[in-house]
Design a protein around this ligand. Structure first.
Ligand SMILES: Cc1cc2nc3c(=O)[nH]c(=O)nc-3n(C[C@H](O)[C@H](O)[C@H](O)COP(=O)(O)O)c2cc1C
Length: 284
């Protein structure tokens, strides 16, 4: 199992020592045009997790390719570039300009992007035509049937899945006004974990594609649970804000977690028999 950062949760140029603990670095989502992002406050901590309304702040494709990517290459880590946009053409155009990276992660949960299965498949198909690089489709669990979306993007040519993105939520202050200037934001952190584990299980069963699991991972045990549900790799997001040493710690904890669970490695606890969908059928 490899350990990555979740997109948008680590600035590798500002904190290279954190990035060097990872097996690959995943960039913040890059959009065709530069984006200032939403007005502050953009982060709200709640008792149930973190809400963010960063609004995909990023330098835009041109500056990313000319300035950021060359500096990221100097880190010497495999790079995953997260690509976003507002239509299939936006995504495909960025994909066609990317070379010399390990993987492209398509953030299919961008504002104004319809997360329905056919729209997601249209974006993946356009990107498939634009690049030979491996394409991972990043989905949120907001869709009522995430396995249907996973099947559609697999048929359109995705090589893997990144699961899951944040879910929309609201936090209110003492006077009952939204804490975030934009009103709502994406919920991340431990409360996402059960939802993410389910999404990983059903999508793995539906597609057989390799999966990067994420959503509330804080410990080695959490990472092992993602492997048990079918994730090949994991990504750390919100935990990095509180613990920049998390990648090294989680990697060390994985060894103990495997021993506690009675499995020899993260490969062992896996299998269709453990996937939630199979279990549902077995117990139906
Ligand atoms: C501050 C912040 C910014 C994020 N920015 C992005 C982004 O640019 N692209 C993306 O695909 N996901 C983004 N995400 C979602 C994370 O990559 C991840 O899917 C989500 O936070 C769940 O993992 P976690 O619970 O470990 O944080 C962001 C999350 C946070 C907290």
């Amino acid at each position: 199992m490899r350990i990555f950062n979740a997109s948008g949760c680590l600035d590798a140029l500002a904190a290279p020592e954190v990035a060097r603990q990872l097996d690959a670095f995943v960039t913040k989502t890059v959009t065709p045009e530069p984006r200032e992002g939403s007005a502050p406050p953009r982060i709200a901590e709640t008792a149930h997790g973190m809400l963010n309304a960063i609004g995909l702040a990023n330098p835009g494709r041109e500056r990313f390719l000319a300035e950021h990517l060359p500096r990221l290459r100097e880190l010497g880590l495999p790079l995953w570039v997260s690509v976003g946009g507002f239509c299939a053409h936006d995504y495909a155009e960025t994909c066609s300009q990317l070379t010399g990276i390990e993987t492209i992660e398509l953030n299919l949960s961008c504002p104004n992007v319809d997360e329905a299965a056919d729209s997601a498949a249209e974006i993946v198909a356009a990107c498939r035509r634009a690049t030979d690089l491996p394409l991972y489709a990043k989905l949120s669990a907001a869709h009522p049937d995430v396995a249907e979306v996973a099947r559609a993007v697999a048929a359109a040519g995705a090589d893997g899945l990144s699961l899951v993105n944040t879910l929309r939520g609201v936090a209110l202050d003492r006077q009952l006004r939204p804490v975030l200037a934009r009103g709502s934001g994406g919920l991340s952190g431990p409360s996402l974990k059960p939802i993410a584990l389910h999404a990983v299980g059903v999508c793995r069963e539906a597609t057989g594609l390799p999966i990067v699991g994420m959503g509330g991972i804080q410990t080695g045990r959490d990472a092992l649970e993602f492997a048990a549900c079918g994730a090949r790799d994991v990504a750390l997001g919100t935990v990095l804000f509180a613990d920049p040493g998390a990648p090294t710690r989680v990697r060390a904890e994985l060894v103990t977690a495997c021993a506690d669970a009675g499995v020899a490695s993260t490969e062992d606890g896996k299998g269709p028999a453990k996937s939630p969908e199979t279990e549902r059928k077995v117990h139906a």
